[in-house]
Design a binder for this molecule. Structure first.
Ligand code: HEC
Length: 137
């Protein structure tokens, strides 16, 4: 009797969690984060560190692109702009849920953008922190 009552309570809780999850990362995005977590060998990623990395002025890359914000702006929820002036869709998952669903695309742009900004590839930890930040936005 008591067990039955518990089950009745659990079901709505799951449904509510399911609804809330729609605003957070989906299965593909979570799998991607897990992929980087294994590569980085860490317990979890830090959205705060991701924010700092995203906003920072880096050295070692091209002088005209010192920061991720050069193109993506310092507001991940707003649109960005390439150096040539072409619009870039927002990076924040909450406004652009289709982002970070294609691992090949993500890797391609990490490689390209990290080389421009840092003069090297981003580490798995930098990638994971960046994604954790964008998933929180
Ligand atoms: C020179 C301009 C420029 C800079 C600087 C830049 N990006 Fe980008 N980024 C782009 C463009 C253009 C795209 C591809 C278009 C799109 O996805 O809307 C992109 C896409 C991405 C994607 C792919 C997202 C997806 O939907 O799969 C990631 C990840 C990314 N950038 C991360 C970064 C990080 C991290 C930095 C800083 C280290 C950075 N970018 C700096 C222009 C830039």
């Amino acid at each position: 009797m008591l067990r039955g009552a518990c089950r009745m309570l659990v079901l709505p809780a799951v449904l509510i969690a399911g609804t809330a999850a729609a605003a957070g990362p989906g299965p593909d995005q979570r799998a991607l984060l897990e992929h980087y977590r294994r590569l980085a060998g860490v317990e979890s990623f830090s959205p705060e560190r991701g924010r700092t990395f995203f906003l920072a002025k880096h050295q070692g890359g091209k002088p005209e692109t010192p920061s991720c914000t050069t193109c993506h702006t310092d507001d991940p929820r707003g649109p960005g702009r390439t150096r040539a002036g072409k619009p870039i869709e927002p990076m924040a998952l909450s406004v652009n849920p289709r982002r970070y669903t294609d691992p090949k695309k993500v890797e391609k742009w990490f490689r390209r953008n990290c080389r421009s900004v840092l003069g090297r590839e981003c580490t798995p930890r930098e990638k994971g922190d960046f994604l954790a930040f964008m998933f929180s936005q």
